[in-house]
Every structure is written in structure tokens, then in C-alpha cells.
Design a protein around this ligand. Sequence first.
Ligand SMILES: NC(=O)c1ccno1
Length: 237
Amino acid sequence: MRVDVITIFPDYFGPLSLSLIGKARGSGLLDLEVHDLRTWTSDVHRTVDDTPYGGGPGMVMRPEPWGQALDAVGPGTLIVPSPVGKPFTQADAQALASLDHLIFACGRYEGIDQRVIDDAAARMPVLEVSLGDYVLFGGEVAVIVIMEAITRLLPGVLGNADSLTEESHAAGLLEAPVYTKPASWRDRDVPDVLRSGDHGRIARWRRDQSLLRTAARRPDMMAAYPPSSLDKADRKT
Ligand SMILES: NC(=O)c1ccno1
């Protein structure tokens, strides 16, 4: 997978050289390049913003540098993290992980001139996505989060691909609680079923815990959980 990130703060992306993402880049599974938007400015001050038409607080990112930057690195699938975007989900991560070329545009200030998005959409798929109902200083941190969610789904990145099947959101439910040694810690014991060696009981317990946890914390996910996935015993849970 090829990924281009365009930002005015390239140093924000140091974390993408660490851990499993760093290994994915080193092994060639992920070809990631971070670009400084100011590369595509032409004035001595390397200006990337200006005052908003219609008045209002703050500054807006100018279209010219963005247009030239996207011309240079595109086409691909353009992802713009933004508070006005569609909620980013695991399903989005799974869909994006199957693509060959992603381009991330990191907005700052009050945002990017809308014409940049509109112009890009005439040449490539554009997704404006939000990580949640809050506002960040810019898109950079959101790109790191999205890149983690996508990269871990790439074949060969996780040592054990099985962990992708049981994890939260992969099957539409929240994951069951997890435990490791010691069997007792501060008078709190690991549930006996997990130490029983009875894999059928263990699978049943984990599913029950997933359903209980999802119902308690994410009724929206429970409502969307396909009834066909619930066997008769689940309905009593
Ligand atoms: N909520 C978000 O994803 C976001 C991105 C940039 N600012 O906020």
C-alpha cells in the first residue's frame, strides 16, 4: 500500500516510524511518504492560509498549494479528517486497507478551502471522516489513528491474523474481557471457566460477555447486530 500524507507539520508523523507501522514500512508492506504542504507555496513567506470570505474568526487554508500538492501526489483515494466528516468506523478501516493508494490531507486553522475538496472529487474518491464529536488542532493526530487502524489490517503486519477476527467491532460486538497470569491478583480471581480447558464453554462465556458488554455500553451496536447472528440462547442474555 502506498500512502501520501500532506501536512504543514511533517514532524507530527514521527510515531509512524515506530513499532509495527515502522516494521511494515521497513518490510515494504507500507510505502508511506510525508509531504510538507509549504513545498507547493511560491511566496517568500511560504503562506498556506488567508482570511475567510464572509468574515469570521481564524484563517482558512489557501487552495493553490493544496491543488498543486494533490496534483503532484495523486490520483488516489483522498481522506480528509475533519469534525464535519462521516464517523470513521472499523468497516471504513477494512475498506481502506484493501486499496492501493491513500492520500491524507491534514487541515489546520478553520479548515481547507472547500474548492480543494470539490476539485479533488472531480478526479478521485474523497472521504471526509471524523474520529468523534470533538475538534482537534488539525488532522495530523487523526491521520495517525486512522493509519494504525488500517495498517494493522494489512496482511503480514500482525504476527497472528487470528486476533483480527475476535477483536472489538470486527464481528459487530465489543470484545470479552481478557485475563492472564497470575490466576489470583489482589484477591481478584480469573473466571474459573477460562481455566477449565473446556473450549466450548470458554467460547460460550466469551460470547455472553461480548453481548452483555455491548448491550451495556453500545446499545447502538446491539441494535445493528444482525438478528441472524444471535442464536436462540443469546436472546435470553
Ligand atoms: N473529530 C475529528 O476527527 C477531527 C479532525 C480534525 N479535527 O477534529
